[in-house]
Design a protein around this ligand. Structure first.
Ligand code: CA
Length: 225
């Protein structure tokens, strides 16, 4: 899943990027409101972490403009401590949740996970297809009770496919939700990573293959071909 962090304090922005990348998210960073707004409207993100106090266009304005143009990406707003008017204005402008600074990274992660579940209430912390399960809290992946060890990118790819199970995903869809802006990847890279995931998730098991190639379109994860 791919996140955009809009935060002018470089130290906090960098810490968020590194911490979130360790959790297998792809992360892009913008340091001012204008750039953040342009990036958020130009690309497909799964979640935006948006600081309220930004030079130029502030976080509230960024949020309002995105919502006004029909962008429904979940937004977690970072507010200054005890600034109730920021919280009220932020939520009124269309933010989904807020977190006062300073915050604990653990709490931020929990909020991120909760917001990612929200678009589809039926999605719990465990994503499942057939006998394959992925726990979005612990990052454990299992098939038929057997643990599967995935690299960070493999995990991220599988998570994205499971969140969209049954749907055909193009290589472009996959690239824009699994890799960040700076990653120099080609459609071919997607093929390579799908092959890695298949080798671990499908190949060792006798049951039907879960990851299917839809020729000319992309890939799909599901129980029947
Ligand atoms: Ca700030």
């Amino acid at each position: 899943m791919r996140l955009l962090v809009i935060e002018d304090e470089h130290r906090i922005a960098q810490a968020l990027k590194e911490g979130l990348e360790q959790e297998s998210y792809a992360v892009d960073v913008c340091h001012d409101g204008e750039d953040g707004y342009n990036t958020a409207s130009a690309d497909e993100y799964d979640l935006i972490i948006l600081d309220v106090m930004l030079p130029g266009m502030d976080g509230i304005e960024v949020c309002r403009k995105l919502r006004a143009e029909g962008n429904h990406t979940p937004i977690l707003m970072l507010t200054a401590k005890d600034q109730n008017h920021d919280i009220v204005h932020g939520l009124d402008a269309g933010a989904d949740d807020y977190l006062p600074k300073p915050f604990s990274f653990e709490v931020l992660l929990a909020r991120v996970r909760a917001l990612m579940r929200r678009p589809n209430e039926s999605i719990g912390e465990i994503l499942k297809v057939g006998e394959l399960t992925l726990n979005t809290n612990t990052h454990e992946v299992k098939r038929s009770g057997q643990s599967i060890k995935l690299s960070s990118k493999e995990y991220s790819l599988l998570e994205y496919m499971l969140r969209n199970k049954g749907q055909v995903l193009s290589k472009n869809n996959i690239m824009s939700h699994v890799w960040d802006f700076d990653a120099n990847i080609l459609p071919n890279t997607v093929e390579v990573f799908v092959a890695y995931v298949r080798a671990k998730v499908d190949k060792p098991f006798k049951d039907a293959e879960l990851i299917q190639t839809v020729r000319g379109f992309g890939y799909k994860i599901g129980e029947n071909s």
